[in-house]
Structure formats: structure tokens, C-alpha cells
Design a protein around this ligand. Structure first.
Ligand code: LLP
Length: 385
């Protein structure tokens, strides 16, 4: 990725930088693989920056939300309400009411008590709520423990074996219309076999339901496609071809069924970079530390999941390389971006880029240590200044 380094030098660090040309290219690539009865709902939780949402709206995608706040942010950005789906194990009454009032496409329901509350609230407002049942397919994805969601022990979804009973329960509730099945097995998944396994599980479930004469109009397979954190420049766009091909090949949709996807990370991760500045280089007794002004408050993924993002010194002209622990300024031992990392000799003032930070970066920022939230810039914004 080319960075406008001279313009960066004039900005206060740390900040997020989004390459919207890459984002647009990514969105186009996704669209090229879609079939007429497929719909992508961008998982807003990955990045809710309005400058990013605007591009996703322009590409014609729907939104996948997990809170009332996200529904509001999606509406504000211009997503049509009838392209919004809403998941989450713990939906508050006001959030459900917001979804009902604006007329979202579908509530992805995760339990019977939730179903009953939605029915009650829909009744109060004279509405019929369209719901999809989030079924836990008991598929273990090959990814980090904290971001796998589809196993029986996870808190998400309705148990596989309860599917028929819950559909029956929907039929008893006057203000509920069950329109689909929903699944999500985890995030940062690079093995297409995991998605193939999910597709086969869905086939199994659909066959079982058909023995009861049940066929629902929508199947939603969630998100989860991973990206290349090690080599963002070699793979700036995720392998959408392999991903969509897997579902095309293994998932047996029934006549008239719509297939829905909820991709987050794979759409926005590579276009975002966290930019910080080196404050000090400290020679410890065992290690060299490059202490930068960005920390876990701006990007918590390394501390929370042991994630490793590629780091580049944008301004060094040194040919000599050194090994550093690149760390932030926060008063926490886990405020470390990477340990024992080889990079060009670094000095105070050097700009440091932390790559592939567009997803679950800015949106997970906190104000811990009374730090201000980071500012953001886009390639469009910077080239026009
Ligand atoms: N649908 C549902 C129901 C989800 O829970 C998620 C993500 C997605 C779609 C989008 O998944 P994606 O395509 O982005 O993998 N903060 C973590 C990731 C948490 C993912 C939560 N759910 C991280 O930084 O790795």
C-alpha cells in the first residue's frame, strides 16, 4: 500500500488511515461473485466509521447489526432499513422496538425467551416481526478460541436439536413470522473446509425440516472469512472467489431461497492502518523496545487475541535492521503490539504503520488512561486537502 507520508507528517498521531480506493475495489470484487439470489449484509461491528459506511452503502450492500446503536448508525449512513438484519444474544427492549419501528428486514433470534419478548413488543406496536432462527451448528472453526462461535458450548444460537420445536413455537406466536435460518461459526477463518462443513450441516438441517414440510425462504451463513495479516500487500483482497465458490458448491439451496452473508473483516480489514509515532527507543537489559504513541487503546486485538499485525516503519531510511518489542504507552503489561520483531533501525519521531487494522480496530478503541479516541482520515480526504 502506498501511504501519503508527507501528509501524515503534518497529522497528530495516533490516527486511523483508510484507503478507500482499496475498499471500493474490495466491494466490487465481492459483487462480482454474487448470484442474483444472494445478499451481503456488511457486519457493521467491524468498522462503523461513517466514512467507511458511506462506501458500503454506495455499493448496495445491506447491514448486519448487533445493537440498537449499530442499527441507528446504519440508518444514519443510509442503509435501507429493509436490508438490515439484527443479531445478538441479548437484545434490550428498546433495541427490539427500534428494529420494529424502522422495519428492519429480520431479527436473528438466539433463544425462545427472546422470541417471546419480540412477539410481545411487536404485538404492542401492531407489527409482525420477521425472524430467522440462529442455529448453533456445532461446527468448530479453525480460529482463535475467543472468536469461534459455532460450537455447542458457545453462548450463541439455538441448539441444533431444538430447531423444529422453536419453529413450531414461532407458528404459535401471532406477531412472529419465521422467515429463515441463520448461522455464524466464527471469525478469521481461512480454511474453506470449515465453511464446507457448515454448508453440509445446513443441508442436513434443511432435509430434516422438509420431513416436517418446512421450507423457509432465507438461509444466512453469517460471516467469518479471514484475511492475510502477515502479507497485506501480497493479498490486499481476501479470497472471496474460494469463499463464495464453497457455498455455491456445497450448499443446496431450495427453490426460491435467498442466501445471505454477513461479512465484516474481509471487507474492511486491509484498507485500514493505524499510524503512530515512535516516542522513545529504550535499551532494556534483555530487549530493545520501540515505544510508540499508539497503544492497546487504539488497537486492542494483539492484547485481547494475541493477534499479530504487520508493522512498518514508514519514515526510516536506515538499511540496518534491529529486533524490537513494539509497545504502546498504556500502563498495562499486555500493551504490546509485537515481540522480537525485526525492522529497520527506529528512531524518535519515526512514523509506524500497523497494518490490516480496518476491522475491529477503531471501533474497539477505548479511552482507558483518559486517552482521546483516535481521529481518522481517508485517502480521499488526504488527497483533497
Ligand atoms: N455475523 C455475526 C453473527 C457475527 O457475530 C460476526 C462477528 C460477523 C457476522 C462478522 O464476522 P467477520 O466476517 O468479521 O469475521 N473482534 C474480533 C472479531 C469478533 C467477531 C464477532 N462476530 C477480532 O478482532 O478478531
Amino acid at each position: 500500500m502506498e501511504f501519503p507520508i508527507e501528509k501524515f507528517k503534518a497529522l497528530r498521531t495516533p490516527f486511523y488511515y483508510y484507503d478507500t480506493a482499496l475498499l471500493d475495489e474490495t466491494l466490487q470484487e465481492v459483487k462480482e461473485h454474487l448470484q442474483p439470489n444472494w445478499q451481503v449484509h456488511y457486519a457493521v461491528k467491524a468498522c462503523t466509521n461513517p466514512k467507511i459506511l458511506r462506501h458500503v452503502v454506495a455499493a448496495g450492500f445491506g447491514a448486519d447489526c448487533v445493537s440498537g446503536g449499530e442499527i441507528q448508525a446504519s440508518l444514519d449512513a443510509g442503509f435501507p432499513a429493509d436490508k438490515i438484519v439484527y443479531s445478538g444474544v441479548g437484545k434490550s427492549d428498546w433495541e427490539i422496538e427500534l428494529g420494529l419501528m424502522v422495519g428492519i428486514q429480520c431479527f436473528n433470534v438466539e433463544s425462545v425467551p427472546e422470541l417471546e419478548v419480540i412477539n410481545e413488543l411487536a404485538k404492542n406496536h401492531g407489527k409482525i416481526a420477521q425472524v430467522a432462527l440462529r442455529i448453533n451448528p456445532n461446527v468448530g472453526a479453525h480460529t482463535h478460541e475467543n472468536i469461534t462461535t459455532g460450537r455447542a458450548e458457545n453462548k450463541f444460537g439455538i441448539a441444533w436439536e431444538d430447531t423444529y420445536n422453536v419453529i413450531e413455537r414461532c407458528q404459535q406466536l401471532d406477531h412472529i413470522e419465521c422467515v429463515g435460518l441463520h448461522f455464524h461459526i466464527g471469525s478469521q477463518i481461512l480454511e474453506m473446509d470449515d465453511f464446507a462443513t457448515l454448508a453440509l450441516r445446513i443441508n442436513e438441517l434443511q432435509e430434516m425440516l422438509e420431513t416436517y414440510g418446512i421450507r423457509l425462504p432465507n438461509v444466512n451463513v453469517g460471516g467469518g472469512l479471514g484475511i492475510d495479516y502477515d502479507n497485506p500487500d501480497a493479498h490486499p483482497i481476501a479470497d472471496f472467489k474460494a469463499y463464495f465458490e464453497t457455498f455455491r458448491r456445497y450448499l443446496q439451496l431450495r427453490r426460491g431461497q435467498q442466501l445471505h452473508f454477513e461479512l465484516g473483516r474481509s471487507i474492511v480489514a486491509q484498507c485500514g492502518t493505524l499510524v503512530g509515532k515512535t516516542l522513545y527507543v529504550k535499551e532494556g537489559s534483555l530487549k530493545k523496545f520501540a515505544i510508540i504513541d499508539a497503544g492497546m487503546t487504539e488497537l486492542i486485538r494483539p492484547a485481547l487475541y494475541g493477534a499479530v499485525h504487520k508493522i512498518e516503519n514508514l519514515t526510516s531510511t536506515e538499511s540496518e535492521e534491529c529486533v524490537y518489542d513494539v509497545v504502546g504507552p498504556i500502563c498495562e503489561s499486555s500493551d504490546v503490539f509485537v515481540k522480537d520483531y525485526r525492522m529497520p533501525k527506529t528512531r524518535r519521531g519515526d512514523l509506524i504503520a500497523i497494518r490490516s487494522a480496518g476491522a475491529y480496530g477503531e471501533i474497539m478503541a477505548s479511552q482507558y488512561n483518559c486517552r482521546p479516541l483516535p481521529e481518522s482520515f481517508t485517502s480521499e480526504g488526504l488527497c483533497c486537502q
